[in-house]
Design a protein around this ligand. Structure first.
Ligand SMILES: [Zn+2]
Length: 698
């Protein structure tokens, strides 16, 4: 960042930054309603720090760099004076900054090295809890660090906070920690608000704001006037520090303090680690960078503290930040930007899906200009309008999404979104399927639908035609070579050779064309579930196709089944049954299938008897993450071949979760429910030997 080169400009800029930061502090700490993301706040703060480091004479006592948070709201809560101020942490964003922090501390301590404790930095709300004679008597927010808000009644409703302690405890003491909301709890809560908003919309009432992230939701929940509202919110707490102590001894080191707090019954994060060196701690920080998606609460970095409490006393604090601790921050995953437009995609089954066109913004290390909005209902539930400032999130491998609008920044020019009345591809008036809240283009010869269907037909898990991807689908369609999927099998060497793009310079058939024809030939013997899935019938995913194949045993039998017979199949509901029956009732669809069969498409069927005698009969497995020796769909196919069931999500009835590399929320869910987790090696043994040797209870 650029620091102004003359004092006059620096003064102007620092005044501007101070006033902005004070405003954002007020929105964040007092109103629980920030208008910028934490990452954007950090950038403003870092710029001010850099100016103040170069021009120390510009530091004012009320500078946000010299205090924490904002003054408490005395009108809502009683004000509590903190006996020892609650400081906030300095931030490091790179290894160099971390090294510099450590070296400065070593110089002051006149030491060569020191032990460190690392803990995940929970994105929650800092709290100070006071205990007297083993009883919880007071809980307060951080506030501005010196004065907080008395939220004792609200904290009493949080189950993980002990109300009374057993064993020998000091007469009076204070512990500090973070109140937070789990990610799953946050999603449930926002979904409930969204449902409420649809109801309010029908009644002509203003929608309630959606919370942007679990931290805001936790803050809003703790700072409720009515403790019964707090009681209904999914809040937890981790305790990470001892404040002051009266009438009792305290441990000498930070890691012993954590163990002691745990013994007393406080919730202490099990992920805290003691490190012998900075290198060791830095390795843990890098590990957290990859692991943050695996746990069910948000963390925005890793906290490092020196273990020796004497070192804390020697190092002291600078401004509002202790020198004995720092937070290594991850790149921010949320950013605000302008929603320029809501555009609409046409899918292979004709369903219209809205997506966000954004002013480009860097989130989590990548530039984002398009983001998903899920569906029309979701836009209404969250009250997202064109022209809004919105919060965009990009976490892990998930595609970027618009999380929520920032309604307080509205100018009045924002426009509510409505689905187009005509298909953006072919102009046909759209149909609305009220039962599924979907809008679709009913035109079967809609060009976008046809290209998408062709792409789907040839994709992996369907006909798996090598050489026929998105680009080739467009080429074939534009050339007029393929208009329906059955045309794929009429493509021959002579036909392709008529087109320049499939010829070499000396007029022979190109390698690309040869590969395409070989891929098409090979696809004729795909299994029945793949063929049924490839047809692109609405609501028929691979799993549904597999169930159909198993029940009916052949292509013709599926085509001849009516809605009633289809609905009798386990796992097929009325909407899916109706959709299949509607599809097979259309003459043009049957003609396509007849042409496929006439061209030599001959799907083979896995005999049912073989599956029933398999090693995994009666077991339900779920596969997640990246496996080394096979793809996920291969793994699922092998489970089925061995007679097992493949679950789509982890539940109590899951026998085991097969977890490969980079497993995400399913792993967390399995751990939460106590479902067995097996690695790839154990999975391969399970396939070969069955559960006896692999899954017995230890
Ligand atoms: Zn259309």
């Amino acid at each position: 960042m650029d620091v102004p080169s003359n004092q006059h400009e620096a003064r102007l800029r620092s005044e501007e930054l101070r006033s902005q930061l004070n405003y954002h502090n007020y929105r964040y700490y007092v109103l629980d309603n920030p208008v910028i993301t934490d990452g954007e706040y950090d950038e403003l703060m870092n710029e001010l720090r850099a100016i103040e480091a170069r021009y120390p004479e510009l530091i004012t006592p009320d500078s946000p760099t010299q205090k924490t948070g904002a003054e408490p709201l005395a009108s809502t809560f009683e004000v509590v004076d903190h006996r020892v101020p609650l400081l906030s942490l300095s931030n490091c964003f790179s290894d160099d900054e971390l090294q510099a922090w450590y070296r400065r501390a070593m110089d002051r301590l006149d030491a060569d090295g020191a032990q460190l404790v690392s803990e995940p930095k929970i994105d929650g709300l800092a709290m100070a809890l006071v205990y007297e004679n083993g009883q919880f008597v007071q809980g307060a927010t951080r506030g501005d660090g010196a004065h907080g808000e008395n939220v004792t009644a609200n904290l009493r409703t949080i189950a993980t906070i002990p109300k009374s302690l057993t064993g020998r405890v000091p007469e009076r003491f204070e512990v500090r920690g973070e109140v937070y909301m789990s990610r799953s709890g946050f999603e449930r809560m926002n979904a409930a608000i969204g449902d409420l908003n649809l109801e309010r919309e029908r009644e002509g009432r203003k929608p309630l704001p959606i919370y942007a992230n679990p931290r805001n939701a936790a803050a809003g929940s703790v700072r409720q006037k009515d403790a019964t509202v707090t009681a209904g919110r999914p809040l937890s707490m981790f305790v990470y520090q001892l404040g002051w102590v009266e009438g009792g001894a305290r441990p000498d080191s930070h890691h012993e303090t954590l163990l002691w707090l745990k013994e007393l019954g406080f919730p202490v994060n099990p992920e805290a680690r003691l490190h012998s060196s900075l290198e060791d701690a830095a390795a843990r920080i890098r590990w957290w960078g990859d692991q943050r998606e695996r746990i069910d609460y948000d963390i925005d970095g890793t906290v490092l503290k020196f273990d020796d409490l004497d070192a804390w006393a020697t190092l002291g604090a600078v401004g509002r930040e202790p020198r004995w601790a720092t937070a290594f921050k991850f790149p921010p995953q949320q950013r605000t930007t302008k929603l320029r437009e809501i555009a609409v995609n046409v899918g292979r089954t004709g369903v219209l899906t809205p997506f966000a066109v954004l002013e480009p913004v860097v989130v989590g290390g990548a530039t984002v200009s398009l983001a998903t909005l899920h569906n029309e209902g979701d836009i209404r539930r969250k009250d997202i309008r064109v022209g809004d400032t919105v919060i965009v999130q990009r976490a892990g491998e998930v595609i970027p999404q618009v999380v929520a609008p920032v309604p307080s920044l509205r100018t009045g020019d924002e426009v509510e979104f409505a689905m187009p009345a005509a298909c953006p591809s072919c102009g046909t008036p759209v149909s609305r399927d009220e039962s599924e809240a979907a809008v679709y283009c009913p035109n079967l010869s809609c060009p976008t639908q046809q290209v998408r269907l062709l792409e789907h037909f040839a994709s992996r898990g369907a006909m798996d035609i090598e050489g026929l991807g998105e680009k080739m689908a467009y080429t074939l369609f534009r050339a007029g070579l393929v208009t329906t999927i059955a045309d794929v099998y009429d493509l021959g060497a002579e036909r392709l050779a008529e087109f320049e793009e499939f010829r070499t310079r000396d007029g022979r058939l190109s390698k690309v064309a040869e590969n395409l024809l070989a891929g098409i030939e090979k696809s004729k013997s795909r299994p029945l579930p793949n063929v049924l899935f490839a047809l692109g019938i609405r609501h028929v995913g691979y799993e549904t196709a597999r169930v159909l194949a198993e029940r009916f045993g052949g292509l013709a039998a599926v085509l001849d089944a009516d809605a009633e017979a289809l609905q009798g199949v386990e796992g097929i509901g009325p909407i899916v049954a109706r959709s299949i029956a509607d599809w097979t009732a259309r003459g043009e669809n049957r003609a396509v299938v007849e042409r496929l069969v006439a061209s030599g498409v001959d799907p083979h069927v896995t005999p049912r008897a073989a599956a029933e005698a398999g090693t995994l009969t009666g077991l339900t497995l779920v596969v997640t993450g990246r496996l080394e020796t096979m793809s996920r769909s291969e793994a699922e196919e092998r489970i089925r071949e061995a007679g097992g069931k493949v679950g789509s999500g982890v539940s109590k009835s899951t026998t085991a979760l097969v977890a490969g590399a980079d497993a995400g929320s399913k792993l967390a869910k399995a751990q939460q429910l106590g479902v067995r987790v097996v690695d790839e090696e154990a999975f391969v043994r399970l396939l070969a030997e069955g559960p006896a040797g692999v899954l017995q209870v230890v």
